[in-house]
Design a protein around this ligand. Structure first.
Ligand SMILES: Cc1cc2nc3c(=O)[nH]c(=O)nc-3n(C[C@H](O)[C@H](O)[C@H](O)COP(=O)(O)OP(=O)(O)OC[C@H]3O[C@@H](n4cnc5c(N)ncnc54)[C@H](O)[C@@H]3O)c2cc1C
Length: 294
């Protein structure tokens, strides 16, 4: 199918984008990489009357370490963050996650912010944002506001963003510890497809190998990317041995309430969540253990 007719403006400032969103309300949509919006328009699942193209906004393309966070402009392409030296060093979980996001071709166009606002419950970038407890910075004509990623996602493609708001940047907390390890795993029907279920974990160990901080989340098994701080609390202060990791994975399965669909039953998704949680925790612990103390 072809998209319904629409007007198009390529803006040169963020302020201009916000003005257009404010003027046209829910009838206007921002277009970034177009990797989700264009297929939805072609299938007539989205029918914006006005497209506001933010691809040339340099003010949304920064990647910088600021205090204890890596700040990523919303229009930074996924392929840029994949190769950016600061991101690779300070945000290794994102780097692991990006390998699972679509294909090289989609990552060359798709943006970090577009993935967050699109809010597919299986998408990898929103899961990383929730697990690391990132902050989203939204802008409209009246100024900026902040919302925690964990409070942003409500349901598939339903978020806290208002029609007149633009996601400006995402602040990902950087863990300042000598031994941080992470892992991202998922199961999908074909590589590059959206995950049936995904899991990611990041852990920090002290010099004795005890876990001082842990974060874990599950994608594709809830209507939103699901961070599970309960699991972090269960692991902190302990040595991440096989028995503890198995107990944590069983707890993960008890904390989620997946739906079944054409592709997988609820029970299969719960099973995958348990197995993937076990795998990512083991791999993250091994990754951290392999790093010598500073
Ligand atoms: C073949 C294929 C496979 C894919 N596989 C995966 C996958 O495995 N995992 C995955 O996560 N994704 C996958 N995707 C989607 C891809 O990651 C998209 O890039 C991403 O979902 C949207 O980013 P975008 O920049 O293309 O956004 P667009 O498509 O341009 O926009 C998406 C939505 O976000 C809004 N938006 C964009 N930027 C902003 C902003 N700054 N502020 C406010 N609203 C904004 C738009 O209005 C629109 O509603 C796949 C896509 C394709 C085509």
């Amino acid at each position: 199918m072809k998209a319904a007719p629409f007007e198009y403006t390529r803006v040169s400032t963020l302020a201009e984008a916000c003005e257009l969103l404010s003027e046209h309300g829910g009838d206007a949509k921002l277009i970034a990489g177009g990797q989700s919006l264009v297929p939805m328009m072609a299938m007539r699942l989205a029918r914006p009357a006005w497209l506001v193209d933010i691809n040339r906004l340099e003010e949304l393309k920064h990647v910088e370490l600021r205090g204890d966070a890596l700040v990523v402009g919303a229009a930074v392409r996924q392929c840029v963050i994949e190769r950016n030296a600061d991101a690779v060093r300070s945000l290794p979980l994102m780097n692991r996650a990006l390998k699972w996001v679509g294909h090289v071709q989609t990552r060359n166009r798709g943006t970090v912010g577009g993935s967050v606002v699109h809010a597919d419950p299986s998408a990898e970038i929103p899961l990383v944002a929730c697990v690391l407890d990132a902050t989203l910075v939204l802008q409209d004509t009246s100024g900026r506001s902040e919302v925690a990623a964990r409070e942003f996602f409500f349901a598939p493609m339903v978020t806290a963003i208002a029609p007149e708001q633009c996601l400006a940047e995402i602040r990902f907390p950087v863990w300042d510890a000598p031994r941080v390890g992470c892992s991202f795993e998922e199961v999908s029907i074909r590589h590059g497809d959206f995950a049936l279920v995904s899991a990611c974990a990041q852990v920090a160990l002290d010099a004795d190998g005890k876990c001082v901080r842990a974060a874990l989340g599950i994608g594709g098994a809830s209507p939103f990317p699901h961070a599970l701080p309960e699991i972090g609390a269960m692991l902190e202060g302990k040595v991440l041995d096989d028995m503890l990791i198995e107990d944590a994975a069983v707890a993960v399965a008890g904390l989620i309430d997946p739906d079944g669909d054409l592709h997988a039953t609820a029970e299969y998704r719960r099973f995958l969540a348990r197995m993937l949680a076990m795998r990512v925790l083991k791999a993250a612990a091994e990754d951290a253990a392999g790093k010598g103390a500073k």
